[in-house]
Design a protein around this ligand. Structure first.
Ligand code: ATP
Length: 364
């Protein structure tokens, strides 16, 4: 186990390109599970490769268990990696694959046997030890790849999209397995995904990246409840948060736009004082509710016309055209609603988010 420290870490490929990773700062706790999440090309893999020593950082410092690892070869960093491709040796059995790194380290046969058997037991693959990778399912191969990492008893695990080759159901199962495994072994883990649901369900803390820059590092709940900016607000949570541009009408004390008029809370009001005349209002689909009766003039409602109805079973999603904007609302299933209906969607002021129209930073 170890604390991993990344201080001002940057990576620039070539001399004139943009930075793939720009001033990355994060210090893990000992044994923490940290997820790096963000869209394609935001620098997740590059960050992992720098921690692993497969890529040299252009700036900054990386420490593992207090030791500066710059210039240290990957094999000396006491880390184990699990990648999307599994990278199993096809000609070796499961046992051979798991034993391989220990043989290189000149462990005795008895030690190897003990380690491999123990890891196989933890991963429930003892019955597969004599098989070759081609005779395994995707999920079983993934377990072997994990097993190969575990036997090395590293200080840090680096997992880069390890589940992306699995089907949806298996991915959900394996996600829970990895969390359980982490709880059992308590090894500091970096986990890369572009899937925000995976990030939210697995990470003790999540770093949200965009264009090489950390947008926010926080617990799943804090990212959802207190996103630092519009990017994080839109990235975390499914379906995504809706945004409406509102004018702040000081005299009327409302936030207004085409099809809506919303009341600020006292906390909003002090933020609005700083914002000038315009603001982005964010509202999550699950916080918009169909209003049954005709709303009163001062109700907190957004009015629009239903364009799409998507029944998902447990909930129904509707897309509603409000002026130039399309909103998504998550409503109770079986509510009578059809394309073309005019609707009023109610929302509580306390559940509205405000963002600066220039910096897109949260105003609260
Ligand atoms: P994905 O989810 O698609 O794997 P990512 O978030 O892991 O993306 P990286 O692979 O870290 O992103 O890439 C970050 C940026 O650095 C991208 O713009 C990519 O094109 C660039 N990049 C990555 N590796 C190299 C390289 N060896 N040479 C030049 N540019 C690179």
């Amino acid at each position: 186990m170890a604390v991993v420290e990344l201080k001002g870490v940057s990576k620039q490929f070539g001399s004139d390109g943009a930075k793939a990773v720009d001033n990355f700062n994060l210090v893990t706790r000992d044994g923490e599970f940290v997820v790096l999440v963000g869209p394609s090309g935001c620098g997740k893999t590059t960050t992992m490769r720098m921690i692993a020593g497969l890529e040299q950082n252009s700036e900054g410092e990386i420490r593992i268990a207090g030791k500066d690892v710059s210039g240290m070869a990957p094999k000396d960093r006491d880390i184990a990696m699990v990648f999307q491709s599994y990278a199993l040796y096809p000609h070796m059995t499961v046992y051979g694959n798991m034993a391989f790194s220990l043989k290189l380290k000149k462990y005795t046969k008895a030690e190897i046997d003990k380690q491999v058997t123990e890891a196989a037991r933890v991963l429930d693959i003892e019955h597969l030890l004599d098989r070759k990778p081609r005779a395994l399912s995707g999920g079983q191969r993934q377990r072997v790849a994990l097993g190969r990492a575990i036997v090395r008893q590293p200080q840090v695990f680096l997992m880069d999209e390890p589940l992306s080759n699995l089907d949806a159901k298996l991915r959900v199962d394996m996600r829970a397995e990895i969390v359980k495994l982490h709880r059992k072994l308590g090894v500091t883990t970096f986990y890369v995904t572009h899937d925000q649901t995976e990030a939210m369900t697995m990470g003790q803390r999540i770093a949200v990246l965009r264009d090489g820059l950390i947008q926010q590092v926080d617990t799943p709940n804090n990212l959802y409840d207190h996103p630092a900016n519009m990017f994080v607000a839109g990235f975390i949570g499914t379906p995504s948060m809706n945004f409406l541009k509102a004018s702040v009408d000081a005299g009327e004390d409302r936030m207004v736009g085409e099809g809506f008029s919303l009341a600020p809370t006292p906390a909003h009001r002090s933020a609005l004082d700083k914002a000038g005349g315009e603001v982005w209002v964010g509202v999550r689909p699950e916080h918009l509710h169909l209003q049954a009766e005709t709303p009163a003039a001062d109700d907190n409602v957004v009015r629009g016309r239903v364009e799409v109805v998507e029944p998902l079973g447990a909930v129904t999603l509707i897309q509603v055209r409000v002026g130039q904007v399309k909103l998504t609302a998550q409503i109770e299933p079986h509510q009578r609603i059809a394309m073309g209906d005019d609707v009023a969607l109610r929302c509580a002021s306390e559940q509205l988010y405000l963002f600066d129209t220039v910096s897109e930073a949260a105003l609260l």
